[in-house]
Design a protein around this ligand. Structure first.
Ligand SMILES: [Zn+2]
Length: 301
């Protein structure tokens, strides 16, 4: 682990977290240079600043988190962290001030684009809501000629994995992976392909829960698993703070009672909204985005 910088000022809200990191990291990682820095920071009661997320530090971040296996209503098993553990992990990541870079989730050389129907808040059959954005690697969502890798938009930790079984003949369960970034947001990648979609010799199975990924690492390939015939990536950004607001919001409660899985409050924000989604929106917006109708009440939330 590399510790490059120690902050000189800090607000009191970081102090508890700083103590946690100092104690936890010191016990788990007895690196001499690192220890010296931690002792120094302990004396000053200031947080540590790590340059890069790495495997050793992830042991500290993931310590005592509760993992769960969730069999969802439409079938498919999701391995993820409990809601309370996700909050703990987010706090640890944000307090540690680990830095990350950002990148577009699909190779931009192939000119991916977001169709008007693929925007956040666009309407789906039966009045359902589209709570992410669709990114097409090819015109009209046709099958790509070659496998199109989907890459992690930032560094992060795998916080949820849902695998579509090979015998899902009705294609109702999507391959999905979610990564929590050092910025505290969760980036979610849906409809990832199956191995036999492209007759791949080399296939990237979905990463396991708790795995560290770096910005640009391949997570899977553009596919059409989970109730779609369009070859595309459904990309969403989730913010746990917004999730709390959604859970207590009467409009969201109504939406959830009507659409359940399709309107589950997970803190979904518009990935193209700079204020809500942060830096990743700038990268996504550099490529073609077709404007279309949006749903008013989502904008008002
Ligand atoms: Zn979508």
């Amino acid at each position: 682990m590399k510790i490059t910088k120690i902050q000189t000022t800090v607000s009191s809200k970081y102090k508890t977290a700083a103590k946690f990191f100092i104690a936890a990291v010191s016990s788990l990682l007895p690196l001499q240079a690192g220890k010296d820095c931690f002792v120094k920071s302990m004396q000053k009661e200031i947080p540590i600043v790590i340059d890069k997320l790495d495997k050793k530090f992830s042991q500290v971040l993931l310590k005592d988190l509760q993992t769960i296996e969730n069999i969802n209503t439409r079938g498919g098993i999701t391995h993820c962290y409990s809601d309370s553990s996700l909050v703990v992990l987010k706090n640890r990541l944000v307090e540690s001030k680990i830095k990350t870079e950002y990148i577009h989730p699909i190779d931009t050389a192939i000119k991916p684009y977001i169709p008007s129907t693929g925007q956040f808040g666009s309407i789906r059959p039966f009045g359902r809501l589209h709570l992410g954005i669709d990114i097409y690697p090819r015109l009209y969502g046709r099958k790509p000629k070659k496998p199109v890798p989907v890459v992690s938009v930032s560094d992060g930790i795998v916080v949820s994995v849902k695998k579509s079984p090979d015998n899902d003949y009705k294609n109702i369960i999507a391959n999905n992976i979610k990564i929590m970034s050092p910025d505290g947001k969760i980036y979610s990648y849906d409809h990832l392909g199956r191995q036999n979609d492209y007759k791949l010799e080399k296939y990237y199975p979905l990463r396991d829960l708790g795995t560290i990924v770096n910005c640009g690492d391949t997570l899977g390939y553009v596919g059409k698993t989970g109730e779609t015939e369009i070859w595309h990536l459904h990309f969403s950004v989730e913010d746990l703070k917004i999730k709390k607001e959604q859970e207590n919001n009467p409009i969201w409660k109504k939406l959830y009672s009507k659409y359940t899985d399709f309107a589950t409050p997970r803190g979904q924000v518009d990935p193209l909204d700079n204020e809500k989604a942060g830096k990743i929106s700038d990268y996504l917006k550099q490529y073609r985005v077709d404007k279309g109708p949006k749903v008013d009440y989502l904008d008002k939330l």
